[in-house]
Write a protein that binds this ligand. Structure first.
Ligand code: PLP
Length: 298
């Protein structure tokens, strides 16, 4: 594996660029210069899976968990990709060359480049794209105030445990939320159960922390996993069970979680006030603990 160093620093030598690596070129380039053929099946069919990993202090947070989930996604879509050692080398190199300590890594693996045909291509090398960008946190004022979310029918497929790039339902519903002055949308299944959001998992506090169980209807979030671990350590009772929208609306606290947004308090759902309209004490405690893990101890 040959990794060429990014050399075109030019006049902006002190402002580090976002970078990209594509396996077909075996080169690290400036992100805006990265190119893939239009025949890539990721582009034509969303025949691909992805991961987003947060880098804190120059290290990929919960890397092993992300790799385990990536392997699950690849297996479920029957995509053979075995070069996990190279992937790790590339990620370390991107962190090093970017100089970023706080960043987000995006990994996408597609079924490769081949003339457009639904059937799997024979002998096509998968495409691996890895990018690094500077992390952008949500403004602190948003976390302090909390956000509104709306509820909406889950129009996604029945394998949401697979982290595929086929995200059109998530895109449409997130846009609907934004147009209604909300931050996120919570998907409600045909059984009237709360599932997750367009790019976050959801928790409520009702005499204990409650989140929907792992299933094919939700993505097993890494942040969700970390929150459950923190709750166990702090002896906060937690339950992974299904619940409905009314239970969510009448919970004493609600928050959503994701690798980039971390923990975002929810203070309004549709047109009801959630909790007492302000981020609650358990949510605040979990935010504090999450920050300790990622900013201090880690
Ligand atoms: C649908 C969905 N649910 C949940 C999450 C949160 O997952 P994680 O905490 O691993 O970032 C994401 C993250 O992108 C997502 O897309």
């Amino acid at each position: 594996l040959q990794l060429l160093f990014y050399q075109n620093l030019g006049v902006e030598a002190f402002s580090m660029p976002d970078l990209a690596y594509i396996n077909h070129d075996q080169q690290i380039v400036e992100l805006t210069e990265a190119r893939l053929p239009v025949w890539d099946r990721g582009f034509l069919f969303a025949d691909s899976v992805y991961e987003v990993i947060r880098v804190y202090k120059g290290k990929a947070f919960r890397y092993e968990d992300h790799m385990e989930r990536l392997k699950h996604s690849l297996k479920e879509i029957r995509l053979d990709f075995a070069v996990f050692h190279e992937l790790e080398v590339i990620i370390k190199e991107l962190i090093k060359q970017s100089g970023y300590t706080d960043a987000k890594i995006y990994i996408q693996i597609t079924r490769g480049i081949a003339p457009r045909n639904h059937a799997f291509p024979e002998k096509t090398e998968p495409t691996l794209l890895v990018t690094i960008e500077k992390a952008k946190s949500l403004p602190e004022s948003v976390v302090e105030r909390g956000v509104k979310i709306i509820s909406s029918e889950d129009i996604r497929w029945s394998r949401c445990d697979v982290k595929t790039t086929a995200l059109l339902p998530n895109v449409l519903k997130k846009q609907l939320a934004l147009e209604q002055g909300a931050y996120e949308v919570v998907f409600i299944g045909p059984d009237n159960k709360v599932r997750e959001c367009s790019h976050c998992n959801i928790f409520m506090y009702r005499d204990g922390l409650v989140t929907p169980p792992e299933s094919q209807h939700i993505l097993s979030g890494i942040t969700r996993k970390v929150i459950l671990e923190i709750a166990e350590r702090l002896k906060i009772k937690s339950l992974q069970v299904d619940f409905g929208l009314e239970a969510l609306k009448s919970a004493s606290e609600v928050f959503v979680t994701g690798s980039l947004s971390e923990i975002v308090p929810v203070v309004e759902i549709d047109d009801s006030v959630a909790g007492n309209g302000r981020p609650g004490p358990i949510t605040k405690l979990l935010i504090e603990e999450y920050r300790k893990i990622t900013r201090e101890q880690y």
